[in-house]
Design a protein around this ligand. Structure first.
Ligand SMILES: C[S@@+](CC[C@H](N)C(=O)[O-])C[C@H]1O[C@@H](n2cnc3c(N)ncnc32)[C@H](O)[C@@H]1O
Length: 231
């Protein structure tokens, strides 16, 4: 039988499991990929422990990583050195990977502006339809002032760049069939063509999980709402 994420972590000891307890949520969205051949990308590698954890969890996956610090050599995948805040660099890695991936996880700088910039680039350009995108450690969105990995973070509960606030507002886009067009207040930080491609948003402890629409969504789109007389 497959080991659980928590059991796998007994070997790799990442803070994803022992500190944040993400194993309580991630399997709900990731378990179906366990025995599949697919590609994934993690942003933020540090010593490579999470890449090893993913390799044990997804034994058939091609695993890629990005880190701004010296390329950690991971023997079963590829790590690119560069910043997640540099769209030129992101464009280069999209080219180098050369195929769409089914899973992207952002455990990099944790600066809210970087998390959004990276999402806006990789969600449309690298993630497959039906793919999963996780933004970890969104705790920084609640910081009024702090420093993480050398970056100053200035955000806060109601700040316009608070990642949770931005995605909270996109929940309305999931339900736009039921809402008059002029009532929705879209966050400016995510372009409409990207928000229109989001099929699911999940909020849980210290993370946001976003799933890209797959083909099944087309059947339920651009319909006239059957109770439109009540809008
Ligand atoms: C929390 S650690 C990653 C931990 C790793 N995912 C694990 O679970 O073992 C964050 C990593 O992000 C990297 N990082 C910081 N700023 C970055 C940036 N702008 N672009 C890419 N990586 C960055 C850091 O060098 C560090 O290795």
């Amino acid at each position: 039988m497959n080991k659980s994420l928590r059991e796998i972590d007994l070997t790799h000891k990442t803070d994803k499991i022992r500190h944040h307890g993400y194993h309580r949520f991630y399997p709900i969205y990731l378990e179906h990929l366990r025995d599949k051949k697919f590609a994934m990308l993690e942003i933020g590698i540090y010593k490579g422990e999470s890449l090893k954890m993913w390799k044990d969890y997804f034994p058939k996956a091609s695993i890629y990583g990005i880190d701004i610090k010296e390329g950690y050599k991971y023997d079963k995948g590829e790590v690119f050195k560069g910043s997640q805040a540099d769209s030129k660099f992101l464009g280069k890695i999209v080219k180098e990977i050369g195929k769409k991936v089914s899973f992207i996880i952002d455990d990099g700088s944790h600066k809210p502006e970087h998390q959004i910039l990276t999402f806006n680039f990789l969600f449309p350009n690298l993630l497959k339809q039906g793919g999963i995108y996780i933004i970890e450690d969104i705790e920084t969105s609640y910081w009024k002032k702090g420093i993480y990995h050398g970056y100053t973070v200035k955000c806060g509960y109601e700040h316009k760049n608070n990642v949770v606030n931005i995605f909270k507002r996109l929940i309305d886009n999931l339900n736009k069939e039921f809402i008059s067009d002029n009532e929705i207040k879209y966050p400016k930080q995510i372009p409409t063509e990207i928000s229109d491609d989001i099929g699911l948003i999940s909020f849980q402890y210290n993370s946001v999980i976003i799933i890209k629409k797959d083909k099944s969504f087309a059947k339920f789109e651009n319909r006239k709402y059957r109770f439109s007389k009540y809008m």
